[in-house]
Design a protein around this ligand. Structure first.
Ligand code: ATP
Ligand code: LTN
Length: 332
């Protein structure tokens, strides 16, 4: 049976961008790939590569897990767990650091970008983070790793590290492949469509949170930045604002871009935005209702306990193999 692994950081609340780019994709994949075993985790060890307030982190871990379930992830199909609860992630992360070269880490563009913005107080784990990400994937012999474009370089490094280990110590890891979602639109900020929709943005009008008050969310769509032209036309160069709204519309409705352009060819931006606001409402209401049920119930802990047990079993076996191949401990 093939395996799929993916993680999401519990930093802040999830946005409509995360929903369209990640959560919705996982839910679709669990049905599209019936012969694949899914391991999906809340990447709390990755979250602490930047400072996190204790209570907020604790809350976000639960909230992200509950949102996964509220969005339709099926715990009978997917092992959903918290990364730090499966101790082997950190262990293999360290072992991967011990096989990766400093030069390889220094070439990671995500780190280089961060370093340009911030020179003081950068945590070492932010530098070594791709080694932990490699461990997350290799622990489960994952064949498929659904990721956004920004993670391509980290996946390439994971493949390099897997091949190097297999070469030096004998066949141990499956070399994984990336899986790039078909509807791979990066959802953009509603106030500046040249930037991605990001929960770390200072302006709350730039993003829609899955747990936003419904009227506030609708108003954010209605006041989203668009150009001065009036035609509802997909043009990622000249009409970034309306293009972003069409992308959101397409992802939430399942309609194609051409269908949407045709449907709204004689309409104003206002009509289009009103309809999109209704679509957002229709998407968020059932998610929020389910979320409220789940977050209060013991069901969430049951799912995460079960996920941890299943993941731990696989991870423990893999760590034993690795120890044995490298001569660690006393395993013969
Ligand atoms: P941060 O800004 O804290 O790094 P992030 O949202 O970029 O947060 P993650 O929380 O790790 O990073 O992202 C989880 C998943 O959501 C990834 O698969 C990422 O590709 C996807 N994602 C994040 N933002 C968007 C967006 N605006 N459009 C589409 N997909 C997105
Ligand atoms: N680095 C990813 C999150 C992540 C991940 C993983 C994704 C951590 N470990 C393993 C896929 C597989 C991010 O920042 N989006």
């Amino acid at each position: 049976m093939k395996r799929l692994v993916s993680g999401i950081k519990p930093t802040g609340e999830l946005t409509l961008g995360n929903y369209i780019g990640a959560l919705k994709q996982f839910v679709a994949l669990q049905n599209e790939l019936p012969d694949t075993e899914f391991f999906i985790f809340i990447a709390d060890l990755h979250a602490i590569t930047t400072p996190q307030e204790k209570l907020a982190l604790r809350k976000n871990i639960r909230s992200v897990a509950a949102l996964y379930l509220a969005c339709g992830l099926n715990p009978d199909r997917v092992h959903l767990f918290v990364q730090s609860e499966v101790l082997e992630h950190a262990t293999l992360g360290y072992i991967m650091e011990s096989t990766a070269y400093v030069g390889e880490m220094e070439r990671m563009t995500q780190f280089k970008d961060r370093r340009q913005k911030q020179t003081e107080g950068l945590r070492t784990s932010l530098f070594t983070y791709p080694a932990l990400m490699a461990a997350d994937i290799l622990l489960y012999d994952a064949d498929i790793v659904p990721i956004g474009d920004d993670q391509k370089q980290h996946l390439e490094l994971t493949r390099t590290l897997a091949e190097r280990f297999n070469h030096q110590y004998g066949d141990t890891f499956v070399v994984p492949k990336g899986y790039f979602p078909k509807t791979g639109a990066r959802i953009k900020s509603l106030t500046d469509p040249t930037q991605k929709m990001d929960k770390s943005n200072d302006n709350p009008k730039s993003y829609i949170l899955l747990l936003d008050d419904i009227n506030a969310a609708k108003n954010k769509i209605k006041s989203a930045v668009t150009d001065s032209d009036t035609k509802i036309k997909y043009d990622p160069i000249e009409k970034k604002g309306i293009t972003n709204l069409i992308d959101i519309y397409a992802a939430l409705s399942g309609l194609s871009v051409t269908d949407i352009e045709e449907k709204y060819q004689n309409c104003t931006y206002q009509t289009f935005k009103n309809d999109l606001a209704l679509l957002v409402e229709k998407t968020l209401i059932p998610i929020q209702e389910k979320y409220q049920e789940i977050i209060k119930s013991s069901y969430l802990d049951e799912v995460l306990d079960k996920g941890r047990e299943a993941a731990s079993q696989v991870a423990r076996r893999k760590i034993f193999q690795v120890y044995k191949k490298m001569g660690l401990g006393r395993i013969k």
